[in-house]
Design a protein around this ligand. Structure first.
Ligand SMILES: [Zn+2]
Ligand SMILES: [Zn+2]
Length: 208
């Protein structure tokens, strides 16, 4: 089971498969409380969830991490410092409107949050039974995707964005060639649904 939690313009996910349950991402600073109340409303005791997996270290994905106070916080090795210090990675922008937005001041998704003490490094491969962790750099060097075998679903973080027409490459990335190679890499999985953090999740209508 994969539940999408809408948090302003970004999403967080609750994944439950073969007896394991974990969260993916923590939204922006202040999203922690929203996530906890969402869990309560959906009949999950927040204390029964121990693990958060972060798709990468941008502020709209790790911002609420310190508020959740989870005992296990898993992120790619290159994201550990950002998460531990609560200082998000700076996005590398490739669109004029985004540059304008960022120049208007420090938007809320670059805000600092509190430190996170229980941070562990993600390894590529089986994370839990039925869950494959895939390194998918490009958007950032610490980006990962999560493949949920029983659902044939892929959670891609910001590697792709979704709209009604399908999936597209984001205008924030560190290395476009690497990003394209990461998309080729996940195409090897049997995917029926792609969950994106921004926009509409849906069938794998790849951008190329
Ligand atoms: Zn991002
Ligand atoms: Zn994002």
């Amino acid at each position: 089971m994969i539940l999408e939690l809408n948090l302003r313009f970004v999403k967080s996910f609750l994944v439950e498969t073969r007896g394991n349950v974990f969260l993916v991402d923590s939204g922006v600073v202040g999203s922690g409380r929203k996530i906890i109340s969402f869990l309560e409303k959906s009949g999950k005791s927040p204390s029964s969830i121990k693990t958060v997996v972060y798709t990468h270290s941008h502020g709209d994905h790790i911002g609420g991490a310190s508020e959740l106070k989870m005992p296990h916080n898993l992120i790619h090795e290159k994201g550990i410092d950002f998460l531990r210090k609560g200082i998000p990675k700076k996005p590398v922008l490739h669109s004029a409107p985004l540059k304008l937005l960022f120049s208007l001041g420090s938007p809320f998704f670059t805000r600092r949050s509190g430190p996170v003490f229980d941070v562990e490094k993600l390894n590529e491969g089986e994370l839990f039974p039925g869950i494959q962790l895939v390194f998918t750099p490009g958007h950032t060097e610490d980006s990962v995707s999560i493949y949920v075998e029983d659902e044939r679903a892929l959670i891609v973080g910001d590697m792709l964005q979704g709209d009604k027409k399908g999936l597209k490459i984001p205008s924030i990335y560190e290395d476009l060639n690497q990003l394209r190679r990461s998309i080729e890499k996940v195409k090897e999985f049997k995917v029926e649904k792609v969950y994106v953090s921004h926009g509409i999740s849906g069938p794998p209508r790849w951008p190329f």
